[in-house]
Structures are given as structure tokens and as C-alpha cells.
Design a protein around this ligand. Structure first.
Ligand code: CP
Length: 320
């Protein structure tokens, strides 16, 4: 097996072969999820706790479904009703849950780096479900699986990531993953939402959609992350849609078989035209959601195998 990690905190530490291992296993879970009986015993006897300190629909629901389909006991911590609201810190909350012997902890947090810090304090495997502007590794993996299935490969593609690059952990994790897989990466967005330095990392940077989308194989739209903006980054939603919203006219310069992606939640009429989002010949947005369950099953399965192996080694060492 070529995936040895204890946690899944980001794409940054993963080697291309590890990414491929996750995607190959996820393919098997895509098949399982399409059957009437979707159960597996990969996590039987294990306990998974989901802690979401930020809102989520797709990630929370798919991690919960993934754990249940793999046979884990899954608990969703209701953060809004928890002692976090009485002032308990993230670390104290994590240590409290750790004392209940979970095996997998799935964490989303608004602060970049919070999930890495938490992982250093607990005994179980930690999966990052999105931390601030830092990383959203399972989103990048599910996007990679969606692209690989649609295009038949994950290399040598021209991929345009468009919109609010500055505030997006999805963009960051995707850039790292798709860069490791040797794709041609373009970033398109207003200069106010384009952090400096990406050109030095080998990305082509555009502030004009039609120029950036020329002959693209993959068009990945991003949500305007207004909750992370502390000033006026765009003049108005109307102006933003006019210049950067994906519509049929702007998409017409991409390759005729270019796919359209969006991690969700979507703001129709802000970053994407509703008809493009719903066009089953171009949009793979619902495929992304489907791949999300399979990818999260694969990630938890692999981490559980590593956890069992680590515990087995410790038992042997204790015996010696
Ligand atoms: N893509 C994504 O992370 O969506 P949610 O915020 O709904 O989980």
C-alpha cells in the first residue's frame, strides 16, 4: 500500500502515487455506492466524530454517509449546542473527545492551521474538512476523481480556476494537487482577489475570463467567499457577474468538450449562470458531489488501515 499517513491534513505532503492510491480506491467505492446495498465493514468497530465549526452541507453529509457506509459508529458534534459556546477552547474540546477514544476525527474550522494543531493533541486519525483559507484536501481529491473520470486522465490538462482565489482553500488544495499531477494551471479573477506569487509557482494569471478560458479542458468556478472578506473586494455583484460570472458566451472560448465544475455552494447569477450549472452536457457539479462520498470513504478506509497497523505494532512492542 502506498499511503502511509497518520492524518489527512492537506494535499501538500502527499506524493502523486499516494493521490493515485486514494483515487483508485475511491473508484471501488463509487461502484459500491451505486448498488442497492452500500455497506462495507472497513471501519467496523471504529468510532468517527465529525466536528464542524463552520457551516457545511456537502462535506458534513458526505463524511457522515461515508462513515456509516463503512460500518463506523458516527457521531456528529453539534457545535452550536456544545460547551464551545460556553468558552471551551478548540484544544480542550478535542482533548475531551479524545478521552472518549474516537478512531477518526473529521474537523472543519474557520482558522487556517487549527486542524493541524488539533491533530498534534489527539491519538486518533484526523481529517481536515476545511480550515480557513488553508486547505480542503478531500475537496481537491474529489475534484481530481471527477476530472479523471470525465477526461480519462489527470495529467496534461489545461485547467482554469476562476474567481475568488484569495479566500479559497479549495483553490489552494486544487492548485497543489493538480500541479503535482503536471497540469497547465490558469488562475482567473480580479486583481483584488488574486494573491501575489502564483505566477512564480508556475500558474498563468489572468484578469480577463475570455483570455484565461481559451482552449481550457476544465473550468473550475469558485464561490465569492463574502464571509472571509473584510472590505470591498468587488464593486458590486452585478459588475462581478458581468466580468467574471461564467455564462455561455465566456465558456464558448474553452474547448468544446470542456467540463464545468463548482465545489458548491453556488451563487447562481454571481459566479455562474444557472443554465450552465444545470447543463448536463457541460456541468459535472453533481458528479463532484457523488465523488465526494466515495473519496471520503477511501480516505477514511486508508487512514483506518494505517491506524490498525500502528496499534498492532505498539502491541507487539509492548509484548517484547
Ligand atoms: N464544497 C464544500 O465544502 O461544500 P460545503 O461547505 O457545503 O461542505
Amino acid at each position: 500500500m502506498t499511503f502511509r499517513a497518520r492524518h489527512l491534513l492537506g494535499i501538500e505532503p502527499l506524493a502523486p502515487l499516494e493521490i493515485t492510491t486514494i483515487l483508485d480506491l475511491a473508484e471501488r467505492y463509487v461502484d459500491l455506492n451505486r448498488r442497492t446495498v452500500k455497506s462495507s465493514d472497513a471501519l467496523a468497530g471504529m468510532t468517527q466524530i465529525n466536528m464542524f465549526f463552520e457551516n457545511s452541507t456537502r462535506t458534513q453529509a458526505s463524511f457522515e454517509l461515508a462513515g456509516k457506509r463503512l460500518g463506523a459508529d458516527v457521531m456528529n458534534m453539534a457545535v452550536a449546542l456544545s460547551s464551545v459556546k460556553k468558552g471551551e477552547t478548540l484544544i480542550d474540546t478535542a482533548l475531551t473527545l479524545n478521552a472518549m477514544h474516537p478512531d477518526l476525527l473529521v474537523v472543519r474550522h474557520p482558522s487556517s492551521g487549527a486542524v493541524n494543531l488539533l491533530a498534534s493533541k489527539v491519538n486518533c486519525a484526523v481529517l481536515n474538512a476545511g480550515d480557513g483559507r488553508h486547505e480542503h484536501p478531500t475537496q481537491a481529491l474529489l475534484d481530481a476523481l471527477t476530472i479523471r473520470r470525465a477526461k480519462g486522465r489527470l495529467q496534461r490538462l489545461t485547467i482554469a480556476i476562476c474567481g475568488d482565489i484569495a479566500h479559497s482553500r479549495v483553490a489552494r488544495s486544487n492548485l497543489i494537487l493538480l500541479g503535482k499531477m503536471e497540469n497547465r494551471l490558469r488562475l482567473i479573477g480580479p486583481p483584488t482577489l488574486m494573491p501575489p506569487g502564483f505566477a512564480d509557482l508556475g500558474c498563468e494569471v489572468y484578469d480577463d475570463m475570455r483570455a484565461g478560458l481559451q482552449d481550457a479542458d476544465v473550468v473550475m468556478m469558485l464561490r465569492l467567499q463574502r464571509e472571509r472578506m473584510d472590505g470591498g473586494f468587488v464593486p458590486s455583484m452585478r459588475e462581478y457577474y458581468h466580468r467574471y460570472g461564467l455564462d455561455a458566451d465566456k465558456l464558448s472560448v474553452a474547448k468544446p468538450d470542456a467540463i464545468v465544475m463548482h465545489p458548491g455552494p453556488m451563487n447562481r447569477g454571481v459566479e455562474i449562470d444557472g443554465e450552465i450549472a444545470d447543463d448536463i452536457n457541460r456541468s459535472v457539479i453533481q458528479d463532484q458531489v457523488e465523488m465526494g462520498v466515495a473519496v471520503r470513504m477511501a480516505c477514511m478506509d486508508l487512514l483506518a488501515r494505517n491506524l490498525r497497523a500502528e496499534r498492532g505494532r505498539k502491541l507487539v512492542e509492548a509484548d517484547v
